[in-house]
Design a protein around this ligand. Structure first.
Ligand code: DSN
Length: 409
């Protein structure tokens, strides 16, 4: 049977959308065509509960080869003693890590959602917040950096069983060694969620949390540029409890087609071109931040060390994040509204925007293009130039850096 006509229309619509827009969502990327092939591959058909060599179904020899290759490659790249590549997502990876190390009601110290943390780090409406007893640290109200003294004080008074480092919207390098010291002082496990920065860690452009944390969780599709999904990396001594927490703890059959897509991406991350990409991601983010700052935008922490930038549109333009996001979308720039630390707006409206440079770096953008992107954002939010002119500028940039030219549906 052929692809359904309605599906073909949607696939072509999405293909064109991705080709014709400037993608600045900090958690998105353009995977290679090889990753797309693996994602949609024959492995889709296979059930294989269990782990390589220990499955609950027959016929798993090729599945085992791929999953083991993914595990070994991740171990090598991240210098990890043990890897579980089966979590279906970052949130699943986090849920499994909690289950491996904690009992319901145990105390956990994590970054608050507004400060830049993640829903699955104890938000009250997330199962993590319902099952465990979370307390939160934030960022400094002076410079918006993580305040390690605040974390230490909170840890000493709260005495958590686990401390979580890692964020969804924090633009500065995180000092995992400092987190380790604090965790050791209170006898807590250290968990790092490196989802956003995994690609930078893989390229050795960020401190590697696997060297100091008890357990590290990640997604595989952000800066790492692989199939959508999660992964857990840990010390050997925790291998058994982490594996049991993933399966049968919170998941049944793994999605081996996506594991093949993760494996392909991990192999790509070993190539020298990935290192160059990661370096360029950071250079591009610094360039974009500078353009915004030079134009009097209120950029949190006054810059960035990684792939993302958070900025306040409420104080600068009296726009909500939602309005600013929609203005940029109307000219072909895709990003997302973001709650800022100490935000007075609701999570539906927000005061900020978060932008990231990974996806457009994959398309080949360098500093020159990011200066243009920055200036387009400035003109759009200042409403100083006609929207049609800005749309044309976005379109020209997209045409100059094509993507997925061989894909047809
Ligand atoms: N935290 C989301 C993001 O960074 O876009 C993903 O879960």
């Amino acid at each position: 049977m052929n692809l359904d006509k309605k599906l073909i229309d949607s696939l072509n619509g999405e293909l064109k959308r991705q080709q014709n827009h400037i993608e600045l969502i900090a958690s998105e990327n353009y995977v290679s065509e090889a990753v797309l092939i693996a994602n949609g591959s024959i492995f889709t058909n296979k059930y294989c509960e269990g782990y390589p060599g220990k499955r609950y179904y027959g016929g798993c020899n090729f599945i085992d080869e791929v999953e083991q290759l993914g595990i070994e490659t991740a171990k090598e790249i991240f210098e990890a003693e043990h890897v579980n590549i089966q979590p279906h997502s970052g949130s699943q990876a986090n849920a499994a890590a909690y289950k491996a190390f904690l009992k319901p009601g145990d105390k956990v110290l994590a970054m608050g959602l507004k400060a830049g943390g993640h829903l699955s780090h104890g938000f009250s409406l997330n199962s993590s917040g319902e099952i465990y007893n979370f307390e939160f640290y934030g960022v400094s109200d002076k410079d918006y950096y993580i305040d390690y003294n605040e974390i230490k004080e909170k840890a000493l008074s709260f005495m958590p069983k686990m401390i979580i480092a890692g964020a969804s919207a924090y633009s500065r390098e995180i000092d995992f060694k400092k987190f380790r010291e604090i965790a050791d002082q209170v006898g807590a496990y250290l968990m790092v969620d490196m989802a956003h920065i995994a690609g930078l860690v893989a390229a050795k452009e960020h401190q590697n949390p696997c060297l100091v944390a008890d357990v590290v969780t990640t997604t595989t599709h952000k800066t790492l540029r692989g199939a959508r999904g999660g992964m857990i990396l840990c010390k050997k001594e925790y291998a058994k409890k982490v594996d049991s927490a993933v399966f049968p703890g919170i998941q049944g059959g793994p999605l081996e087609n996506l594991i093949a897509g993760k494996t392909q991406a991990l192999l790509e991350a070993k190539d020298i071109s990935f290192k160059e990409y990661a370096k360029q991601v950071i250079k591009n983010a610094k360039t974009l931040a500078k353009v915004l700052i030079d134009n009097n935008f209120f950029v949190l922490t006054n810059g960035t060390d990684n792939h993302l930038i958070n900025f306040d549109v409420k104080s600068t333009f009296n726009l909500t994040g939602k309005q600013a996001e929609s203005i940029l979308e109307s000219i072909g720039i895709i990003c997302n509204k973001e709650l800022l630390p100490f935000d007075q707006e609701s999570s539906v409206n927000t005061s900020g925007l978060r932008v990231g440079t990974a996806a457009m770096t994959t398309r080949g953008f360098k500093e020159e293009e990011f200066i243009k992107v920055g200036n387009i954002i400035v003109k759009a939010l200042k409403k100083s130039v006609d929207i049609e002119i800005l749309k044309k500028e976005v379109n020209e940039l997209c045409l100059k850096f094509p993507i997925y030219e061989n894909i047809r549906y």
